[in-house]
Write a protein that binds this ligand. Structure first.
Ligand code: S3P
Length: 445
């Protein structure tokens, strides 16, 4: 059942908060824990629907995952050691809304003698899986359905996978990670060449768990070589706060007058920092305090104050480092002086929904001048934004959160048609932002 919510103008947002653990790192911590020998203890795991679907899939494949207090304990099966309780029949793995969980797990299943049916919700079942299947097929994965590349799909893994060299046609951390995870279970070198640098949590964590990797910078991207078969050893992991979730609170504080908030322990890995870099270029008052390393990743407390912003050009090369933040940036850009030009957004079309079109439709409904030109989005900022619309979120958590944030600063309230999908990445969003002073009301749309 859809749960609509109305967002109304907020005066100021103040206070200190911590957003939940990073989604990308949470998926990977569970997966590498399950592929290791021994125990992996994860503190700060994001307990969202997407991540719990990955945990569930790993449990269906034989990993033991338990929770004690705030800590998840994964008893790994060793590299190549996953095995479902009935190995002779196909095991159903339901990933809900999660592109990351499902694509990473395709790489994992590829290297095991396991037959698994991959399935998900309506949004996930529309997303292209060919980009992951293509390299995995070259390595030896079999797919029962030969004529389609969308879920449901039945994959037959193979413990004799062949290592490959694969040049990614699109900058995708999910595809890179799926190939590297499959490479763990091969005899030899698996090499992935990325055209632009994408989030590097898989590489960082693989090295931390004991895999041998060589990484060479090439043009804008990198060449990553993994030496298989790899032996991974269970580790302790502290998951830093998710910068993609912190983005919504940051945007809200920038737009609401007299705001001053601090979001604690946020991941500031350069491959995830594009949104904040762009905001700083727009004149945002954001301070990085207490910069430090936590669990092998750089983190900082982000202090954000209301700011008068100006439009900027966001280059296409920056897209991988802020790919999930464009709907939120579009909302911020609506209040900047002048135009904000976001270039190279083709990948937005294959996210939880076509985020380029759905963001543009939301801007249109709220009276914000904008233009889609090829794969670019131009947003013309205004002093006052009308709002007063119902936003169709199309099963997309980030569309829902972005437009709820917009409604905190528009003249008329904004209603999003359904907030249930927010639980896929940031279940505490409504409570946390209300604790800072935001106002939402129940609505019948
Ligand atoms: C993710 C990679 C990104 C991002 C997604 C999480 C990951 O997707 O959009 O939310 O954890 O690897 P692509 O790698 O497909 O761009």
């Amino acid at each position: 059942m859809a749960h609509p919510l109305k967002s109304t103008k907020a005066h100021s947002l103040t206070g200190h908060v911590r957003v939940p653990g990073d989604k990308s790192i949470s998926h990977r911590a569970l997966i590498l824990g399950a592929l290791s020998s021994g125990q992996t203890k994860i503190t700060g795991l994001l307990e969202s629907d997407d991540v719990l679907a990955t945990a569930n899939a790993l449990q269906n494949l034989g990993a033991v995952i338990t929770k004690m207090d705030d800590c998840y304990n994964v008893t790994g099966c060793g590299t190549g050691g996953l095995c479902p309780s009935s190995p002779d029949i196909s095991v159903a793995l339901d990933f809900g809304n999660s592109g990351t969980g499902s694509r990473l797990m395709m790489g994992v299943v590829a290297g095991h003698d396991i037959c698994a049916q991959f399935q998900g919700d309506d949004s996930l079942s529309r997303r292209p899986m060919g980009r992951v299947l293509k390299p995995l097929k070259r390595m030896g994965l079999n797919i029962s359905e030969t004529d389609k590349d969308t879920f449901p799909l039945t994959l037959k893994g193979n413990s004799d996978l062949i290592p490959i060299t694969y040049e990614l046609p699109v900058a995708s951390a999910q595809v890179k990670s799926a190939v590297l995870l499959a490479g763990l279970m091969t005899e030899g070198q698996t090499c992935v060449i990325e055209p632009a640098r994408t989030r590097d949590h898989t590489e960082r964590m693989l090295a931390y768990f004991g895999a041998k990797l060589d990484i060479i910078s090439r043009d804008h991207g990198r060449m990553i070589t993994l030496h298989g078969p790899a032996e991974l050893h269970g580790k302790d992991i502290v998951v830093p706060s998710d910068p993609s979730s912190a983005a919504f609170l940051t945007a809200a504080a920038l737009l609401c007058p007299d705001s001053d908030i601090t979001v604690k322990g946020v991941l500031i890995n350069p491959t995830r920092f594009g949104f904040y870099q762009t905001l700083l270029e727009m004149g945002a008052h954001i301070e990085l305090e207490n910069e430090r390393m936590e669990g092998g990743e750089p983190v900082a407390d982000l202090r954000v104050m209301s700011s008068r912003l100006h439009g900027v050009d966001v280059p296409a090369e920056r897209a991988p480092s802020m790919i999930d933040e464009y709907p939120c940036l579009a909302v911020v850009a609506a209040f900047a002086t002048g135009e904000t030009k976001m270039h190279g957004l083709s990948e937005l079309r294959v996210k939880e929904c076509d985020r380029l079109s759905v963001t543009a439709a939301g801007l249109q409904a709220c009276g914000i001048p904008h233009l889609i030109k090829g794969d670019d989005l131009y947003v013309q900022g205004q002093d006052q934004v009308r709002g007063g619309a119902v936003i169709h979120t199309e099963l997309d958590h980030r569309i829902a959160m972005s437009f709820l944030v917009l409604g905190l600063a528009t003249e008329e309230p904004i209603t999003v048609d359904d907030i249930t999908m927010i639980a896929t990445s940031f279940p505490q969003f409504i409570d946390l932002i209300q604790s800072l002073g935001a106002r939402f009301e129940e609505s019948k749309t």
